[in-house]
Design a protein around this ligand. Sequence first.
Ligand code: TXA
Ligand code: MG
Length: 353
Amino acid sequence: MTDVIRVDPARPDSDGIARAAACLRRGGLVAFPTETVYGLGVHALDRQAVLRLFEAKGRPANDPLIVHVSTLAEVAPLVIERPPHVALLAARFWPGPLTLILRRASAVPSEVSAGLDTLAVRVPAHPVARALLQAAAIPVAAPSANLFSRPSPTRAEHVLDDLNGRIDMLVDGGPTDVGVESTVLDLTVEPPLVLRPGAISVEALRTVVPSIATLGARIGAEGSAPMASPGLLSKHYAPRAPVTIYRGDATRVRDELRRAAWNAIAAGKRVGVLATGEDAVSLRDVPVVLADLGFEGNDEAIAARLYAALRELERARVDIILAHDIMREDGLWRAIGDRLRRAAASVIVVADR
Ligand code: TXA
Ligand code: MG
């Protein structure tokens, strides 16, 4: 059984935090909230504990972990050089949802980085994560606290759904704030490269380091005719029901969502739709299970709801999930679109007529 400790997210009580910290120091697996998603923490310098963490998540050994520390100073012993951008970026974005890739020092077991000579580090901002890291006084490797390839957990119950009985402790600090993971920025290359869009926008990063580059390539199909491309997407963050996303002109996409929903219903399927308020209105008379993401203009609200909405649809036992692709690049939209496309089994490009 997993021991669940409830704490006040703003002022976590020190007894609960001390127990969780002691568990981490002993090599235990402890899930805790960060400002982005729940992490599953383990002593980053304890190789056996790190191996147990991969096992508990069912995570392949070639997927590297992020090491969480409570201050920039604690990064120094974990890495072998600190490029000049680190101090500037840390001063502006830490504590916060920015992960930096640096060169790994040999003190950190290579399993943490899946054998790479680099290391991902971040200083999280959530008061519970901060209190836990301070009390534990060790670097904590923490991937998202979900089973491999499942949506990241934004609530304590999501962690239990995936990992109850597989981990030692869960510190329940309520829902997380941001809802999508940290931005991963590689500082071992020049210009620095965003490997994973996330909670901190590329524009915000460029106010500090203007040369930052992105992996421009989009995941998924491009084309003009309606076209499905199963298997093309790197599968990740996926709920159990297959997700199909529709891309193109908003009005046409809504028509297509209605048509696809009616077809699936006629075939006896239970249909879930991941919908913005605007999509939901157009599906009013269609008997689908709606997971409302909120209004189209509000990226923060949509990011905070996205993973919970996918899990809600799953719990409603839908057979398929339909969604409207989000192609904006500013603010949190880049991260939202990235996660939506990674959750998808196929992309349908709705043709302009
Ligand atoms: O917001 C977050 O980052 C959350 C919370 C818990 O901090 N953590 C998280 O961890 O999302 P995880 O393991 O689910 O994702 C880690 C990402 C992966 O995309 C991984 O490939 C990348 O970071 N990563 C880790 N180490 C890396 C390295 N040395 N080089 C390149 N990418 C790395
Ligand atoms: Mg993850």
